[in-house]
Design a protein around this ligand. Structure first.
Ligand code: DC
Length: 223
């Protein structure tokens, strides 16, 4: 069974998806990490982020793989383990430029679909998983929360990592990214057809995980 979990940044998607995959003993696919890996390469090459052709060229020369033996799977960029470099602010910002390039989306969508065939018990997380990549997935969710709550969560995450946090700046970044993600022409962020929308503003991570796991178990007939 393929479970898709889409939604904007800061809805707890990542932690929820990881936890659901672990509870169900499924593989976990972080598709944002694939856009981020290309963004890392673009940053390293000092690419012009406003030039889609340059970004698409760079993407063509990126071989992105996952080491599925690790939990969560390690991201390999041309054989180099890069997971620890993907959350950097510069990479995060570059990723949202990378993600608007149609040729890059096509490349990654095709790769994600191949992963889905090879690993049929999959929890996959992103923006377009239930709409574009796996429109026939058996179980689809769309997680959301108010921008203020998402900014609060992101700030707490950064603070826990010992980073300096400007709450207003984070809120502005989140709203800018939302806008870019939901207005792009290819694979825009939207509630996929047939997806259950979950407003996580007032829910704990555990409650969201339970909701998804219970649905999955019910669908498999052992709930
Ligand atoms: O989920 P994330 O923050 O790791 O995603 C990084 C960037 O990639 C973000 O700008 C959204 C974009 N993205 C996307 O467009 N489609 C996906 N399936 C996953 C991520």
């Amino acid at each position: 069974m393929i479970i898709t979990i889409d939604g904007p940044a800061g809805t707890g998607k990542s932690s929820v998806s990881k936890a659901v995959a672990e509870r169900l003993a499924y593989d976990f696919l972080d598709t944002g990490a694939m856009y981020r890996a290309i963004a890392l390469e673009a940053v390293r090459r000092k690419a012009d982020l406003s030039d889609p052709r340059e970004l698409a060229f760079i993407a063509k020369h990126c071989r992105i793989e996952f080491d599925w033996t690790q939990t969560p799977p390690e991201v390999l960029l041309n054989d180099e383990p890069v997971s620890h470099l993907l959350r950097d602010a510069q990479v995060t910002s570059a990723a949202s430029h990378v993600a608007v390039v149609p040729a890059i989306r096509e490349q990654l969508v095709a790769q994600q679909q191949r992963i889905g065939l090879a690993r049929p018990n999959l929890v996959t997380e992103g923006r377009d998983q239930g709409s574009v990549v796996f429109p026939h997935a058996q179980l689809k969710f769309y997680l959301d929360a108010t921008p203020q709550e998402r900014a609060r969560r992101r700030a707490a995450q950064l603070r826990a990592r010992g980073q300096f946090v400007d709450h207003q700046e984070i809120l502005t970044q989140i709203m800018t990214r939302d806008h870019r993600d939901s207005t792009r022409s290819t694979g825009p962020l939207a509630i996929p057809k047939g997806a259950q929308a979950v407003d996580t503003t007032l829910l704990t991570e555990q409650q969201v995980v339970d909701l998804i796991v219970n649905k999955a178990n019910a669908l498999q007939g052992h709930g």
